[in-house]
Design a protein around this ligand. Sequence first.
Ligand code: UD1
Length: 415
Amino acid sequence: MSKLKIEGGNELTGSIKISGAKNSAVALIPAAILSKTRSTIFNVPKISDIEYLIKITELLNCQVSIKEDIMSIDTTNIRYNAIPEELSEMMRASYYYMGAMLARFKKAEISFPGGCKIGNRPIDLHLKGFEKLGAKITQIKNKYILEAKELIGTKIYLDFASVGATINLMLAAVGAKGKTIIENAAKEPEIVNIASFLINMGAQIKGAGTSTIIIEGTNDLDNGIVEVFPDRIEASTYLILGALIGKDLTIEGAIKEHINPVLDKLVEAGANYNITNNRITISKINKIKPVSIKTQVYPGFPTDVQQPFTTLLTQAEGNSKIIETIYESRFKHTEYLNLMGADTTAEGNVLYIKGPTKLKGENVYATDLRGGASLVIAALIAEGTTTIDNTEHILRGYEDIVIKLQKVGAKIEEI
Ligand code: UD1
């Protein structure tokens, strides 16, 4: 189990380059198996989730090569294979092979996906959608066997605008006969990124990024080329750090439209930032004001940034509140923030934060990816040394976090 040792109290200055978005990359790689012979994905982040997706893709007899951040996937000799549980459970995004394999082979055998334990996280919307497209699904304990003689385009209404279900059904629908309409689709930038990859391969998709996506199925997909969008959650995490201990800390490569709600909340808390092209420079807020946040689907405030933002609010002069509407238990990180000196209380899906509180170094535990990020921020502003255990979670989502932070002056090391 890897650990991070962090000494708090150092000002951060210089620039941090944002990597490709984890949540786009983890869907683009499964999407690549729809291409007849090859695909190229630019700006792929070096994070552990990607390594497991490569293993699954190789299991399907595809050849994957990476040069710097460019991934080439050769699908010429692709062959069906069941995905073993030990790979499915390594990450949430393994479930994208359900949609992609249904489109490509009309069958898939895969287990319930892994990922952060931040609530119940069922996949019923994915499965209902596959069934509407004509798939028969058999569940044996944790394992799902999906089969279809053929997939037929249909109308699918999602009860909730789920990111995963929207992408998965878009993947399957590309391999269906005729037209599929996904209503109440998620609008996150990741969906636009995946749709543009599929369109580049030859798919006919309209409306990605709106709540109605229309897909006309085709078997003629090849040679997709795409660049992974910059990671809006990574950018937000470093902006929060800049607002706490930055001195002209520049976040390079973020797309402003993707992080507007986070920037707005930072300004409400007292931050000033300068933006030129895609470089955002931010410095420490002198007096942090308390704010209320409600997580929502895009373009609302992202649930993934709620946890890192909690740490900033422990330093606000007054009482703040976070209402989490996407997941039922996403406040596990607060146990450790409180251990470090924060004063937070969770009641159902509402978190109350009393500030300001002085944080001190402690031995803490990363319960999940973004919770882990909130602890890294806490450790960097705390007095003394913090050790964060179980940091595999953090490394799953933040490329080169240690190197990037060291470069701007943080005292952080992996032990
Ligand atoms: C994706 C992101 C995750 C982010 C989340 C919301 C990936 C790999 N992960 O997760 O970082 O926090 O979007 O922005 O891209 N739900 C159901 N049934 C379903 C599907 C979802 O009830 O079939 C519920 C979930 O339990 C959750 C909510 O819908 O409460 C949102 O889930 P969803 O948007 O699907 O998130 P993920 O795709 O899992």
